[in-house]
Write a protein that binds this ligand. Structure first.
Ligand code: UD1
Ligand code: UDP
Length: 365
């Protein structure tokens, strides 16, 4: 039996690990999966809700690291995760995505000579001011299995000289969850709770430090939302980082007084994907939302200067807006006029990515 530690820490990790963990639990393979939660995200709405919605088992270990500066958080994960590695003596540590827990656990494992698998390898924004880019580079540099979700990931890894034997194009595991839970999400009552009918609303999420930690940028963005809300209702489930800063910058009152903008707490997975499916379009700075909207064929405006997920722009429904809020407003109007690209679904975004990953690990470990 090969023992694998599956790592979750922050919100976007749960829907990526859930299908992999479930696949590993099936009896037709020789794998014993152990679920480790670092506790990087800890609020009920940023963590427990996802275990419930995704039907995930309780973590075998909860490290409780919480928030802090990058060094503090990374260091706390490493100290606690080292103990877990020594206790379980795993054959592999599997990490997903690009959050601090991803990098911290992969470095800790490798220094104990434990092989590492990275799911979503090779994505690059080429912007090293983005903390996630450092996490991606460091994790990929030391991983033994690099599971790639889009063609650009493969190109980047080749350009970095990575051994092709380590790379496996398996598709997008986040889409496995989306496909898996779309039907169940139909039972969500969020549309009626929010008095929403049809697709007459735009769904917004915003949490990148470059957008919400800077008073001037966040103020500009909120003014753009105010302009857009004159044309269409805005539904804005707000990330705790953004909410704290709205308050700190004195913008919370402005947000609350916009009658066509509804500020909601962070939503559980089923409620959220139901809104994403129904919305006319999405405005975001999230990595995962760029991919989910491409799968759903939903127009997406990304408020960032770059993306590590270029396939969503090249063949999907995403467009990079930068921080030019005038462009954000004009592109919103363009979508509302019905003028937007159709988009295609990238290769292997088909709900079977976890199966491919587990098959490869079962064979090669
Ligand atoms: C993290 C990831 C980011 C990812 C995002 C997904 C890193 C460097 N960043 O960003 O890549 O896109 O998660 O949501 O790993 N907070 C709470 N409750 C929580 C969690 C956080 O109130 O449960 C607040 C705290 O004030 C904390 C702040 O949010 O300081 C930021 O949390 P943190 O995990 O450091 O980064 P995120 O912005 O969430
Ligand atoms: N999501 C959610 N509730 C929310 C906001 C997002 O369930 O209120 C889901 C979303 O559908 C996607 C994931 O969380 O599956 C994206 O996570 P996030 O935007 O926090 O992180 P990123 O992808 O930017 O790293």
């Amino acid at each position: 039996m090969k023992r694998i530690l599956n790592i979750v820490g922050a919100r976007p990790n749960f829907m990526k690990i859930a299908p992999i963990h479930r696949e590993m639990q099936k009896s037709n393979n020789d794998i014993e999966p152990i679920l480790i939660h670092t506790g990087q995200h800890y609020d009920e709405r940023m963590s427990k809700f996802f275990f419930d919605d995704l039907g995930m088992p309780k973590p075998d270990e909860f490290l409780g690291v919480g928030s802090g500066s990058h060094a503090e958080q990374t260091a706390r994960v490493m100290v606690e995760f080292e103990k877990v590695c020594l206790k379980y003596k795993p054959d592999l540590v599997l990490v997903v995505g690009d959050v601090n827990s991803t990098m911290a656990c992969s470095i800790t494992a490798k220094k104990l000579w434990i092989p590492v698998a990275h799911v979503e390898a090779g994505l690059r924004s080429f912007d090293r001011e983005m903390p996630e880019e450092i996490n991606r580079l460091a994790t990929d540099a030391i991983s033994d299995f690099l599971f790639v979700s889009e063609i650009n990931g493969e190109i980047n890894l080749k350009n970095e000289g990575v051994d092709p034997n380590k790379m496996h194009y398996v598709g997008n595991v986040m889409i496995d969850s989306l496909i898996n839970f779309m039907e169940k999400a139909e039972q969500s009552t969020i549309m009626t709770e929010q008095n929403l009918n049809g697709d007459d609303f735009v769904l917004i999420t915003m949490h990148r430090p470059s957008n919400v930690d800077d008073k001037e940028n966040f103020t500009k963005i909120m003014h753009a939302f105010e302009a857009i809300s004159k044309d269409i209702t805005i539904i804005f489930p707000i990330h705790p980082r953004a909410e704290k800063n709205l308050e700190k910058f004195g913008l919370l009152q402005m947000a609350k007084s916009m009658h066509n903008l509804k500020l909601l707490p962070p939503l559980g997975y089923l409620d959220f994907i139901q809104l994403e499916k129904k919305a006319k379009f999405v405005i975001t700075d999230s990595g995962g939302l760029q991919e989910e909207t491409t799968y759903l064929g939903k127009p997406c405006l990304t408020v960032r200067e770059n993306t590590e997920r270029p396939i969503t722009v090249q063949i999907g429904t995403n467009e990079i807006i930068g921080t030019d809020t005038e462009l954000l407003i004009s592109q919103s109007k363009k979508i509302l006029s019905g003028d937007w690209k159709k988009g295609e679904i990238p290769k292997y975004w088909d709900g079977k990515t976890a199966e491919r990953i587990v098959e490869i690990l079962d064979e090669k470990l």
